[in-house]
Design a protein around this ligand. Sequence first.
Ligand SMILES: [Zn+2]
Length: 231
Amino acid sequence: MPMNESSKTEQIFCNCCLNKTNHIVHHSFLKTEITGHYRWIDDNSIESQIDWQYVYSVLEGRGCETVTFRKDSYFSEYEDNEQPPSEYYPPRISHPLPNWVIDLPEDMQDLMTEVYKALWSDNRRLATMGIRSLFDMYCKDQLGGDEGGFKAKLKLLQDRKIISDEEKIIFEHTIVDFGNAATHRRFKPKYKDLEILVQILEYLLHAHVVELHGNRLKDSVSLPTRNKSKN
Ligand SMILES: [Zn+2]
C-alpha cells in the first residue's frame, strides 16, 4: 500500500508476527477531559486544570499489514511513571495460547483460554486466580479426587513421585502462594511476574500432555523386533 512519507513509525508488539515490529501510525488524535480546577494557595492568580488526556491512534504493521487501535491515557496529576499502560484493541497477545491446549480435558481448555484472555487484557488478579484453579484441577486429575488443601495435595503429588521435591517447592511458592494472595488478600501481581506464573503452568500442563501422548504412542505402535541372529 502507498505510504505517506510523513507517517510516523513506532515499534509495538504485533499479534500476527508475535514480536515487536515497526508499525506506521496512520492517524492520531487527542481528546481532553477536564475533571477539575485548582489554584495554588500562595498564588491565587494562576488557575490550573486537572485533566485526563487521551491519544487515540491507528497503527499498521509494516510487513504483515495488521491494523491495531491504541488508546494512551495521561492524567495531569500523575508522574510519568504512574501513567496507566497503553490499551490496545485487539489486546496484545504477548504470550500466545499454546497449541497443545487442545489435548487437555475440555474444562481445562476452557479455563486456560479464559486465563490467557485475562492476561492479554491485563486482568492480572483474575489470571492469577485462574492459574491457581487450573493447578487445582491438575491435582484432582492426578490424585483421583479432592485431597484437601494445596499443602496436602502437593505433599501427595511429591510422595507419589508425580512431581519432584524441587517442583513441589516451586509450585507451592509461585502458583499456590500468588493465587492465594490474589484470591484472599487483594494482591495484584506485576505483569512480568504473572508471565513467569504462566510459564510454570505451561511447564506443568505440557508435561502432562506429553505423558498422555507418550503413553498412547507406547501402547499403539508395534515396532519391529530386534533380529538377534548373526548372519
Ligand atoms: Zn505483524
